[in-house]
Every structure is written in structure tokens, then in C-alpha cells.
Design a protein around this ligand. Structure first.
Ligand code: AMW
Length: 151
């Protein structure tokens, strides 16, 4: 069993670029924009309100640290930070996760189109649209190196 469980998915350790005792950050197999990454609690908890105060605190402090790094690395000028909490809000993996997406002017025709993309990007049944393990590992290694002395 993977040390990094994301809902029913056993992640490759090479996808994970940052971790704390309670949270971990990993690269997305189907990013909506370059640098679209995810942050989750280590414990497989489906809903935001399932988290303890300590987990919430760590998840958001970790998300803030990750957001700072990916915005800079991907030359963003803003960020979309999003949680789809529950199936009726578009959550497809029942394990709390924060989407972090670097943004820049004009990246979508209408700014909020990103939410339409987020809703649909992982709903395709075909697996051949996912990035390769090597591709994800390369991005993860690059990001991992940016956390040394970042805070
Ligand atoms: W949700 O629609 O539940 O808010 O978002 C799930 C996210 O998890 C999507 O961005 C999807 O691409 C991503 N994802 C699902 N499975 C994996 C995986 N095994 N590795 C990396 N990202 C994944």
C-alpha cells in the first residue's frame, strides 16, 4: 500500500513534492493549468467538516506555502484556490483536497471559466489522457527543490 493514499488512489511517492505530519502536496495527473497541484490531509477524510482543527490548520498553512511556491515557479500573477466539498459540489475523489492553480491575465476567455474546466477535467473515463508517471515525477522533483529555505 502506498504511503500516500488519495481516496481510493495509491499515489506514487514520486508525485509528492512536500509533506508535513498531517498534510501532503502532490502533482496532478490532469492539470487544468500548468502548476495545478493538490494538497490533502494525510488521513483519508471525505469532507471538509470531517477534519480536526489541527488538520484544518495544517492543511491551510501547507496550502499557503505551496501556493506561494507554485505561483512564483509558474510565473503566475494570481491564484485560484478551490475546494470542491462533496459530490454535489463536483468532488470526484472523496478525500479532502485543496486545488491550487496559478493564474495569469487572459488565461481563460472569461475568468470564471476555470470553474467549468475544474468541474469537467477529471470526469473523462479514458486513462490515456493522464500524464505519465515520469512526467509527474519530473515536475514533482523540480517543485520539491523549491521548498528548501522558502519560508
Ligand atoms: W475533485 O473533482 O475531487 O475536486 O478533484 C480531483 C483531482 O484529483 C482532479 O484534479 C484530478 O485530476 C486529480 N487526481 C485524481 N486522481 C489522481 C491521481 N492518482 N494522481 C494525481 N491527481 C489525481
Amino acid at each position: 500500500m502506498s504511503n500516500f493514499q488519495f481516496g481510493a488512489h495509491a499515489l506514487q511517492a514520486s508525485q509528492v513534492f512536500f509533506q508535513t505530519r498531517l498534510s501532503f502536496a502532490f502533482v496532478n495527473r490532469k492539470p487544468v493549468v500548468p502548476g495545478h497541484v493538490l494538497v490533502s490531509p494525510r488521513r483519508v477524510a471525505p469532507r471538509f467538516c470531517d477534519l480536526t482543527a489541527e488538520e484544518v490548520s495544517d492543511l491551510f498553512l501547507t496550502s499557503q506555502r505551496v501556493a506561494r511556491v507554485v505561483e512564483k515557479e509558474y510565473n503566475g500573477t494570481s491564484l485560484t484556490v478551490s475546494v470542491q466539498d462533496g459530490p454535489d459540489a463536483g468532488q470526484s475523489v472523496p478525500h479532502v483536497h485543496v486545488h491550487i492553480l496559478p493564474r495569469k491575465a487572459g488565461d481563460f476567455k472569461r475568468n470564471d471559466d476555470i470553474y467549468t474546466e475544474l468541474e469537467g477535467h477529471d470526469k473523462t473515463p479514458s486513462t490515456d489522457v493522464f500524464r505519465s508517471i515520469d512526467d509527474m515525477a519530473a515536475e514533482s522533483t523540480r517543485l520539491e527543490g523549491l521548498f528548501i529555505g522558502d519560508s
